[in-house]
Design a protein around this ligand. Structure first.
Ligand code: TMP
Length: 216
């Protein structure tokens, strides 16, 4: 089972991925919790290039290709082997983030992004995608307060202007509309416990988890 967590900054998706991973493990499910950009040694090196430094450190196209260089390594070395072994993979961001951030946010042609996806990942899609939606200013405030103590500040995308973040938020909403079977929109204002329950309910209703012994 391949589950992805998507959304703008400060929406709480990483926390939810972690809670779900912990609770699935408790009921004996073999889980790999991973993230993008990153998730394999090579991709983590590329992550560092992408999320640090000035906003204009990379041209839009360099950014896309770095994202996909990281994704190619992550897919080959982490995600694909885990899925082939029958494990659950929970991924904190995946290709929808490229469509939202680089496509809707920075204006990259979506057909080109789709082509990259097909060449690098193939015709496999996540089974379930949870898209976390939150007012942009609230999310950025949360994300920025979290960063203040970090030794290495991963703030390159957070520092992009509000209009960019509004565009990617609208982009994620479009992605949910276009992929109603795969995607569930999550109101990130809800209490984290409520969000976790909602995620479990979706996984149960869609047959990925049994109704008995739900991991709460
Ligand atoms: P994180 O803050 O969720 O760890 O993600 C790092 C940043 O990378 C985040 O600001 C979103 C950005 N990103 C993209 O712009 N495109 C992508 O394809 C991915 C996976 C992340």
């Amino acid at each position: 089972m391949f589950v992805t967590f998507e959304g703008g900054e400060g929406t709480g998706k990483s926390t939810q991925a972690l809670i779900l991973a912990d609770n699935l493990k408790k009921i004996g499910i073999d889980v790999v919790l991973t993230r993008e950009p990153g998730g394999s040694p090579g991709a983590e090196l590329i992550r560092n290039l992408l999320v640090t430094g000035s906003v204009d450190r990379w041209s839009t196209m360099s950014e896309v290709l770095l994202m996909y260089a990281a994704r190619a390594d992550h897919w080959q070395n982490t995600i694909k082997p885990a899925l082939d072994a029958g494990k659950w993979v929970l991924c904190d961001r995946f290709a929808d983030s490229t469509v939202a951030y680089q496509g809707y946010g920075r204006g990259v042609n979506k057909g080109f992004l789709q082509l990259l996806y097909l060449h690098i990942v193939g015709d496999i899609e996540p089974n379930f995608t949870f898209v976390f939606d939150l007012d942009v200013s609230v999310g950025l405030k949360r994300a920025n307060s979290r960063m203040s103590g970090d030794a290495i500040v991963e703030g390159r995308f957070e520092a992009m202007d509000i209009a960019f973040h509004e565009r990617l938020r609208a982009g994620f909403l479009e992605i949910v509309k276009k992929n109603p079977k795969r995607c569930t929109l999550i109101d990130a204002n809800l209490h984290p416990r409520e969000v976790h329950r909602l995620i479990l309910r979706v996984l149960q209703e869609k047959g990925a988890l049994s109704w008995g012994n739900p991991p709460v």
